[in-house]
Design a protein around this ligand. Sequence first.
Ligand SMILES: Cc1ncc(C[n+]2csc(CCOP(=O)(O)OP(=O)(O)O)c2C)c(N)n1
Ligand SMILES: [Mg+2]
Length: 375
Amino acid sequence: MTAGDKSPGNGRAGRKPSSRRRSTRTETSTTAPTVAATAATGTTATNAPVTAPDPTDLLRQMMRIRRFEERCAELYSATKIRGFVHLCIGEEAVAVGQMSALAPGDAVVSTYREHGHALARGMSMESVMAEMFGKVTGCSRGRGGSMHLFDVSRRFYGGNAIVAGGLPLAVGLALADQMNGRPNVTACIFGDGAMAEGEFHESANLAALWKLPVLFCCENNRYAMGTALAREHAQTDLAMRAASYGMVAWTVDGMDAEAVAEATRRAVDQVRGGGGPCFLEQRTYRFRAHSMYDPDRYREKSEIEQWKRSDPIPALAERLKSRGTLTDADMHRWAQEIEAEIEAAVAAAERADVEPVADLTRYVTSPTDGSGSPT
Ligand SMILES: Cc1ncc(C[n+]2csc(CCOP(=O)(O)OP(=O)(O)O)c2C)c(N)n1
Ligand SMILES: [Mg+2]
């Protein structure tokens, strides 16, 4: 596929989408609240169907995620942020589109490339930035860092450093919801590389067999670290592969936030309706290297430049301007607000403490001998 190969909701594989379902591309806007505004306060929230998001809100969220990550890259170079950092720059349409389609009580299981998912799910930028700094005010008390953002109140169950490690967790969460009669969906986000892992096959099989409410969201950015898709997978049509487990599978243009939102909403409806799992392949591209350590020597610069022509932020901005629902002044105002939010988050992270040494064994669950050390 090339950057120009737009394929929103083309029903690549699996059972055909029901005729009752709407097209994956929506041109309408509503005033539906964002997930951020309706964040869950518990793990048993019930869920009403989610309506189409306001596309201008999708754009603003993408700008916020992009700028947050650009700032993180600067802070990493300044050694304020340490450890592994994986940016989703270029993939923001996937993050905001899929999160917009989830209800507060739905669960999310993500990967190490999850900053965008966390922010779009409504986690505060301050708690995410503090986690990047390893500070106690971070969403994981500074114990996880970039790859382990976590927030139970939003049913955001990580951040996971293990490729495909989230898939069995998602199946377990969905099984718990099913057994307890809760009408929740678990969105399980993973990369194309995860589909080469055994955990994908085990999870897809069980989810389909037991008709579990899992939405498998595959962010196909064409690379697993430095390995191109076709060098890793015998069958590069990932939706077709998923369909072989007996689940509905679609492919969507992951550079188009509106298309992702619509396709995810359609898939979520189907899963919540009790039809078992769905699989959504989101075709996207990362503009930056795999991680801050990656010299990025395995792909042509011209390929990156070609995909940048499909940058989801200017693409949506142009569409909204042509519809008359966006002005340059709006974007300028948002950019200023976002800058202020980021700098406030950085200042708060700088001020915060690291977790005290006395708390080192606080979450160690094995028995101790009373000295604070695990026995
Ligand atoms: C089980 C396991 N094997 C290998 C690695 C090393 N590793 C880290 S990221 C990565 C590539 C994963 O690619 P993909 O799933 O496509 O996600 P992307 O980074 O493209 O978002 C690999 C192999 C790991 N973290 N876990
Ligand atoms: Mg990948």
